[in-house]
Design a protein around this ligand. Structure first.
Ligand SMILES: Nc1ncnc2c1ncn2[C@@H]1O[C@H](COP(=O)(O)OP(=O)(O)OP(=O)(O)O)[C@@H](O)[C@H]1O
Ligand SMILES: [Mg+2]
Length: 292
């Protein structure tokens, strides 16, 4: 399977431009994470890729044919977890998954059993969805997305609301599944991308800033991360961005990213988190320059 997003621009009826001229391709097998701050355009992109919205400009191709002309074919091969998800509170876990299976044309009930097992819901099958905890509801959402072993999995912040142990368990499940399909997920947790994705997209203000390997993103950040002990009344140079602050006996150990590091900082080995923040910081700076 192959998906080509070609020069896609999305302007909502309100006039809000959520994506501008976005292009990239996904090809099976691949595990791609998309990172970006709130409002960057991640969910909009995923809605377009699942034919839930129509792009204003550009096109999306599924195996070289227009996605919107083959919605039916897409639905049978797609597992999609939207960011906001209306569950049917009155249905039990099993009834809900059975209903979703019917919509997707999944006839093998073993697929429902498998999805419940993977998501740790087997013993909750008779509980009404409305009576589940937030994290359990999220797992029902994941269950309906992985059910049927779809060739394309699009997961919008799948690990939101899960406790740390569950989060790691799920990212391993997605990682295993990605060996013979496309898994495309959005997240705010850089660690998740670092641990399992072989490709990362960084999106900001509706544009893709980076598309490549996590190692490649880190590579472009070498020499742009530093730390120093900051005294109370030190002023942070304007062109730096603080990544973290830790209180120590000697003052605040401050980690920064900057295009040009001030000479009093100690250079640090960049993490993916630093690299992501540096990527966003650099682009935000460019925008400021344009505006100012
Ligand atoms: N239905 C809509 N009508 C108008 N504007 C919208 C609509 N949906 C989203 N937007 C706007 O489009 C932009 C991108 O939103 P989107 O939901 O794609 O971001 P996101 O990256 O998923 O953010 P988050 O991390 O908060 O989920 C935002 O500025 C948002 O306000
Ligand atoms: Mg979103």
């Amino acid at each position: 399977m192959k998906i080509d997003v070609k020069n896609v621009t999305m302007i909502y009826s309100s006039g809000k431009k959520a994506l501008s001229d976005v292009s990239f391709s996904l090809k099976s097998p691949e595990f791609v994470g998309i990172l970006g701050p709130n409002g960057a355009g991640k969910s909009t992109l995923m809605k377009l890729m699942t034919a839930g919205l129509k792009e204003t400009k550009g096109e999306i191709l599924l195996d070289d044919k227009k996605l919107l002309d083959q919605e039916y074919k897409l639905k049978s091969r797609l597992g999609y977890l939207p960011q906001t998800f209306g569950l049917f509170d009155e249905l039990t876990v099993w009834q809900f998954l059975d209903y979703m299976a019917a919509l997707k044309g999944i006839k093998d009930k073993a697929e429902i059993e498998w999805a419940m097992e993977q998501t740790g819901l087997s013993d909750r099958r008779k509980i009404r969805v409305g009576n589940l905890s937030g994290g359990q509801k999220q797992r029902v959402g994941i269950a309906q997305a992985i059910m049927g072993h779809p060739e394309l999995m699009i997961l919008d912040e799948p690990t939101v609301g899960l406790d740390p142990e569950e989060r790691v368990r799920f990212r391993n499940i997605f990682s295993e599944m990605s060996s013979d399909r496309i898994v495309f997920l959005s997240t705010h947790i850089v660690d998740d991308v670092q641990a399992v994705c072989n490709r990362v997209l960084v999106i900001y203000g509706g544009s893709i800033l980076f598309d490549g390997s996590p190692a490649g993103l880190i590579e472009q950040t070498v020499d742009h991360v530093g730390s120093y002990i900051r005294k109370v009344d030190d002023i942070l140079p304007k062109e730096c961005e603080i990544v973290s602050k830790i209180n120590t006996r000697n003052g605040v150990l401050t980690r920064i990213v900057a295009k040009e590091l001030p000479d009093y900082v100690d250079r640090c080995e960049p993490s993916l988190e630093d690299a992501y923040l540096y990527c966003i910081h650099n682009s935000a700076k460019r925008e400021d320059e344009h505006e100012g």
